[in-house]
Structure formats: structure tokens, C-alpha cells
Design a protein around this ligand. Structure first.
Ligand SMILES: [Zn+2]
Length: 385
């Protein structure tokens, strides 16, 4: 097993609570990788010898980003819809149907190459773990192949047959399909099941039914909820004890209390509000109330086509009043927690050696220098990429 020491790290974000602060920062640090795992972290002066030596030159190193919410399996382009929205048209859930038609028409090879391109794009920007949903097929065949494609790139795959009711389909009959033959075919390729619980998509009773059907075949629940307006989705997530509920833009005091009491993570997707000109979620209120928060990209062709976690961090800081440290934590360890993963999201011995070297002296630069490509190096499972 080969070992690598990365030394002269000006600022190492470990996310180790034992080191204090939100990020467990260690200055003048070194980190040793053995195989695919972090083997040692400590002061540079104490670093043990290794086969390969990397000089970070005083720059910052942090865990690879964990993007816990994306919709990468799709075809087609919705730039015209974006342009129309930017000239005054509102975002509505129905735009998903445009992508569904293009995705059904695409070949398997086209879908694979498209996802490969986006995953590579994410990796170059420091995202070393990504969750990928289905949801643009909406037939047994197309949902199943979407998940089979996603599975080629990540273990964190989510069945989102309940993204929107296909045009011309009876909603009750579609829920029967999603919870029956579609679920049976999709489940072998999925770890999670998700529902777009929103006006214009699925109501809370349908969401409850769909999540229960997924649970019965061993899938774990997630929800899109309270994105476009207030609603009961977030409270359902808390009631069911889901690991995470995503969007959380419109929350009542009862919703916030329910999240805190259940320990359900609020995954905030500020790229969506940026790209749709909607109000941002109130991250400060959530954090001050004791709710755990993650940040993800929601990379998708309709409401937010960014793959940049750095942009999401900058937006979280500028628009959602998170501190740079809180935002970086939410985009790394927060994402890992939202996927219930204890092997990524932190740089402590035993965790996967997924890390990012910044062309900057500190994590703050991710928010301080928005739009600047600061990722100078990425290691995934111990290997430079
Ligand atoms: Zn989404």
C-alpha cells in the first residue's frame, strides 16, 4: 500500500469536533494518506515519512465536497426557459416535463456520457461524493434505466419516480405505478426514495404513501419540501425521522421546532433560489434554532444548473447569513450527514482520503472570492484526480 504525505498545509479543515470550532482547523499541518484512507493528521513538524511527498506551500486543504442532492440523469437543454424566467416568467414544477420528453428520447449511451461529463465537472471543482436522483423518466423502463446509469457513478442513488405526474396521467393511478411496478424495478438500483412534495407535484398523503412503499422494500426516505411555499412536507419528514429534507425555504416556527426535535437535517439549495430569483431559506434561523444544516447543489436542468459547491457556499454566506466556516462545514460534513455517511466529509484517520487543495490560504476564500476557480488539486479515495 502506497502512502502520501501532504505537508506545509497552511490551514487544514478536518471537521474533527475534538479540534474545536465548526471546522476543527489545524494550522501548519500535514496529512498522510495510506491507500484510500486518511492515516494521520497533525502538525507538519511531526509528519511521518511517506512514499510520496506533496508540498501544499501554505495553502488550504479541506475535505472533498459532499453534494447530497443532484439530478444529473437527464437530456435536453432548458436554457430558453431560464432566459424566459429571467425576463419575468415564474418558476413552476411543470417545466420538469420538458426534460422528461428529452430524457425518454435519449439512448442509454447518451445518458451515460452526459452523467459522466457532469460528474467529472463536479470532481474538478472538488465534489468527491455526489448523490444522483432519477425523476426524468417517469415510466418503469425510464426510471429504472436512469437509476442504472446513476449507479455507474455513485452508490448514493435516489428513486424519484414521484417527481411530477406525467402529462395525461391520473395522479392516483400514477402513485399506484410508482409504489408498485416502478418501485419493484427501480429498488435494486437505489439506496433512497424521494418525493417532490409541493403544490403542482405530490401532496403530503401521496408522499406518505410513496415513502412507506419505499421503506417496505428497504429504501430510505428523503423529501423535496417547502420549496415554493409553506406546506406539510417538512413536518412529515420530521415525523418519519428522515435523515434529511431538502429545500426548506418556507418554514413555520413549528416546522423549525420539528426539524430540531427530530434531528432531521435541513438541506439548503441556494443555487435554486439564485437561479429562480426566489427568496432564500433562512439558514441563520435554522442554525440558531439548533437545526443541523447541509448545503447541496441541486444540479438539474430546470431550476439550478450549477455543479459548483463553491458557488453554493458563497451564496450561503452572502444570501443566507451563514459564516464561511458554517457554510464549508455544511457542504462537506453536513452533506455526509445528510447521506448518513460516516466515511466521508471529514479528514480524520480512518475516513476516506477525499480532499481538496485550494489555491488560497484559507477556506474563507471560497466565499470571499466568488466565481473564482480556487481548486488546485483533488484527491479521491487517496488518488490525485
Ligand atoms: Zn431536487
Amino acid at each position: 500500500m502506497t502512502s502520501t504525505v501532504i505537508t506545509h498545509i497552511g490551514e487544514l479543515t478536518t471537521n474533527d469536533p475534538a479540534r474545536g470550532g465548526p471546522l476543527g482547523i489545524l494550522e501548519d499541518a500535514a496529512l498522510v494518506i495510506e491507500g484510500d484512507t486518511v492515516a494521520w493528521v497533525g502538525p507538519a513538524v511531526d509528519a511521518p515519512a511517506a512514499d510520496t511527498y506533496v508540498d501544499a506551500g501554505g495553502r488550504a486543504v479541506l475535505p472533498g465536497f459532499v453534494d447530497s442532492h443532484s439530478h444529473l440523469v437527464f437530456a435536453g437543454d432548458r436554457a430558453p426557459e431560464f432566459a424566459a424566467r429571467m425576463t419575468g416568467e415564474p418558476y413552476a414544477a411543470g417545466g420538469i416535463r420538458t426534460t422528461v420528453a428529452a430524457t425518454r428520447a435519449a439512448s442509454d449511451e447518451q445518458l451515460v456520457s452526459h452523467v459522466a461529463r457532469l460528474v467529472q465537472e463536479m470532481l474538478r471543482q472538488g465534489t468527491t461524493t455526489v448523490e444522483i436522483k432519477s425523476g426524468y423518466g417517469l415510466t418503469v423502463h425510464d426510471e429504472t434505466r436512469s437509476l442504472a446509469v446513476a449507479r455507474q457513478f455513485t452508490d448514493e442513488t435516489t428513486f424519484l419516480g414521484a417527481h411530477v405526474v406525467p402529462t395525461g396521467t391520473d395522479p392516483a393511478a400514477y402513485v399506484d405505478l410508482v409504489t408498485g411496478p416502478m418501485l419493484d424495478a427501480a429498488a435494486p438500483y437505489a439506496r433512497w426514495i424521494d418525493v417532490f412534495c409541493e403544490t403542482g407535484a405530490f401532496d403530503v398523503d401521496q408522499a406518505r404513501t410513496i415513502l412507506a412503499a419505499g421503506h417496505a422494500v428497504g429504501l430510505r426516505g428523503r423529501l423535496h419540501a417547502n420549496q415554493l411555499g409553506p406546506g406539510p412536507g417538512v413536518r412529515l419528514a420530521a415525523e418519519l425521522g428522515l435523515t434529511a429534507v431538502d429545500h426548506c425555504t418556507y418554514l413555520s416556527d413549528e416546522d423549525v421546532a420539528a426539524l430540531r426535535d427530530a434531528g432531521t437535517i435541513a438541506t439548503l439549495l441556494p443555487g435554486v433560489e439564485f437561479s429562480t430569483r426566489q427568496p432564500y431559506p433562512d439558514a441563520r434561523r435554522l442554525l440558531d434554532s439548533g437545526v443541523r444544516v447541509a448545503i447541496a447543489s441541486d444540479c438539474n436542468p430546470g431550476s439550478c444548473f450549477t455543479s459548483s459547491m463553491a458557488l453554493c457556499i458563497a451564496l450561503a454566506v452572502r444570501e443566507m447569513r451563514m459564516s464561511p466556516a458554517e457554510a464549508v462545514r455544511a457542504a462537506t460534513l453536513g452533506g455526509a450527514e445528510a447521506l448518513d455517511r460516516d466515511d466521508v466529509g471529514a479528514l480524520v484517520p480512518g475516513r476516506r482520503a477525499d480532499l481538496v487543495l485550494l489555491e488560497a490560504p484559507s477556506h474563507v476564500h471560497l466565499a470571499y472570492r466568488p466565481g473564482v476557480p480556487l481548486v488546485a488539486g483533488v484527491w479521491q479515495r487517496g488518488r490525485p484526480v
